[in-house]
Design a binder for this molecule. Structure first.
Ligand SMILES: CCCCCCCCCC(=O)SCCNC(=O)CCNC(=O)[C@H](O)C(C)(C)COP(=O)(O)OP(=O)(O)OC[C@H]1O[C@@H](n2cnc3c(N)ncnc32)[C@H](O)[C@@H]1OP(=O)(O)O
Length: 225
């Protein structure tokens, strides 16, 4: 096993947090994350005068000093509580503590289907007024991966193939996925991302249970938010 795989495995942690403690943390950190996400949007779009921008910066620096007083060196990893509840709160697409995440709150069925309605604001812009193609890939990677995981066939993304059929607007969007087939350690999942005018991006993903995780509890590579 390489050092990087060994290091990665140390970030899958059974911390035995109780459901009450997890709920407390979600109530505490969820609003902080939402506020920082809004801050990203407001910082991007504000048109106030220079003194107000400088004053806002001082407040933000002060908030950072407060929060840095005790800090996890990171990354967050994936944690399981005492009841088996998982937290992938650092996940870039769905993490409850990650302000970069849109966030995606993906609904899954055990037969390998997943869907999510979500909103992309101005921070996800690529072409003027449109969603960045890499952000569409992020969303589809997460939703297709969630479908594989929901059916008990989780894996790392081996190949993700996208077809951008029409520009993806910002705003209210939908993505869904379903397992097409399972071939040994490979799970092939298809899906799409759509906007108000129909399908914008089609996707096919090959999710592979990595060699190091074979024969272990499949949760070792699953990564729900
Ligand atoms: C609820 C939330 C669910 C979570 C959603 C998560 C979504 C996000 C997921 C990610 O972002 S994962 C991060 C991006 N992906 C990676 O970083 C993967 C990096 N690559 C690897 O770790 C390994 O190359 C990989 C695990 C993909 C495969 O390595 P293995 O050593 O385990 O594969 P192996 O050589 O044993 O091959 C197994 C099978 O897979 C095939 N294969 C290997 N690499 C492949 C590849 N890249 N694409 C397609 N097929 C591949 C290989 O031909 C073979 O097919 P057969 O079984 O038919 O012989």
């Amino acid at each position: 096993m390489t050092d990087s795989i060994a290091r990665q495995q140390l970030l899958y942690v059974q911390d035995q947090a109780s459901d009450d403690e997890i709920a407390r943390q979600a109530e505490l950190y969820g609003p902080l994350t939402d506020s920082v996400r809004e801050l990203i949007e407001v910082a991007l779009l504000t048109e106030v005068d220079d003194p107000e921008v400088r004053a806002a910066l001082e407040h933000i620096e002060s908030a950072k000093r407060l929060l840095r007083q005790r800090i996890n060196p990171g990354p967050y990893g994936v944690r399981w509580g005492a009841s088996g509840q998982k937290r992938a709160w650092g996940n870039a697409a769905a993490g409850l503590r990650n302000a970069v995440a849109p966030p995606l709150i993906v609904e899954c069925d055990p037969d390998g289907r997943a869907r999510v309605d979500f909103h992309l604001g101005s921070a996800y812009e690529g072409p003027a007024g449109l969603t960045h193609g890499g952000v569409s890939a992020l969303v589809l990677d997460q939703v297709l991966g969630a479908a594989a995981e929901a059916a008990g066939a989780p894996g790392m993304t081996g190949t993700l193939t996208l077809r951008y059929r029409r520009p993806t607007p910002l705003g209210a969007l939908h993505a869904e996925a379903r397992i097409d087939r399972v071939e040994g350690v490979k799970t092939i999942v298809t899906g799409h991302l759509s906007g108000p005018d129909g399908v914008c991006v089609e996707a096919e993903g090959v999710f592979i249970l990595p060699r190091w995780a074979r024969g272990k509890d499949s949760a070792a590579v699953s990564d729900p938010a």
